[in-house]
Ligand binder design. Sequence first.
Ligand SMILES: NC(=O)c1ccc[n+]([C@@H]2O[C@H](COP(=O)([O-])OP(=O)(O)OC[C@H]3O[C@@H](n4cnc5c(N)ncnc54)[C@H](OP(=O)(O)O)[C@@H]3O)[C@@H](O)[C@H]2O)c1
Length: 323
Amino acid sequence: MRAVYASSIDRDKPLTGLGIGDRPEPTVPDGWTTVTVRAASLNHHDLWSLRGVGLSPQRLPMILGCDASGLDTDGNEVVVHSVLTSDEWRGDETLDPSRSILSEKYQGTFAERVTVPRRNVLPKPGELTFEQAACLPTAWLSAYRMLFTRARVTPGMTILVQGASGGVATALTVLASAAGVRVWVTARSEEKRAQALALGAEQAFESGARLPERVDAVMETVGQATWAHSIRSLKPGGTLAVCGATSGDAPPAELSRVFFLQLSVIGSTMGTRDELERLLRFCVDKDVRPAIHAALPLEQAHQAFESLLQGEVLGKIVLIPSP
Ligand SMILES: NC(=O)c1ccc[n+]([C@@H]2O[C@H](COP(=O)([O-])OP(=O)(O)OC[C@H]3O[C@@H](n4cnc5c(N)ncnc54)[C@H](OP(=O)(O)O)[C@@H]3O)[C@@H](O)[C@H]2O)c1
């Protein structure tokens, strides 16, 4: 079957190891099932994999991709939950110490077919297209958990979303504003700030700009480049939720501000199957949809990865395998 995979690791030039070609059909262990992929979306995670973060050379070649929507073996429309746990694990899947997400230990979704444990397959609401549904299981699920489970953001609060154009950041903006939260964003270009306003942000600022007032919570995916600004932007008692560090993970900790202002710094990773189910319902009920930058054939994956690498993407890029 046709697939997009990592054939080698290069920390500095990640696209060197990007392969597009034929890979063997997946084998289906007991308790697993096959999904015929109709759409899959790119995440920054796929670039990290090509850089060797979370993917060791011993596991190569590895089909990339964490997100998919498609058809189950009975022809039902489905969405794939990407968090895989050990068989014995019960409860919050994200807390299993041996959890992985697709394309780390098991072959990913940038292919005509993907195999997953049966419990990782959820019904796709008919209101969502395959392209829209394929954006939800990683970036949107992470945003949902960050906002509502981990940071406990509630209607009427003001939050700051750093680096507004990213997959997770656009999800944060859309989900929070749909939930009655006042959303402020930063972004590095005028075009990206304008897009964030169109997605529901109330105000958009240049990266690092002084805000009119301090906020209740900050959503961090950028890391080093914005960390100090995030800490400085919080009210006393405020919350910084972090799920990524795209620009680097060694910023000054700003410990004095953390303890003097009694700030909470909270990590968040992916989301549970239950949270994905709630996210799907939320999208339907509130009529919110992922911002899709482009939908491209699987064969044009190189172009898609190049755009993500250059930071040119506004929202999500979707890859479509040939029917
Ligand atoms: N823990 C988890 O479960 C989890 C889940 C999903 C994602 N993540 C992580 O979260 C991060 C974002 O993921 P994504 O898929 O949303 O990535 P993405 O779509 O590639 O977005 C990257 C964003 O980072 C910002 N950025 C990059 N470098 C920057 C810099 N030097 N200064 C300021 N902003 C910068 C950009 O902001 P501008 O708008 O200003 O250009 C861009 O919007 C990644 O590191 C990813 O691995 C973690």
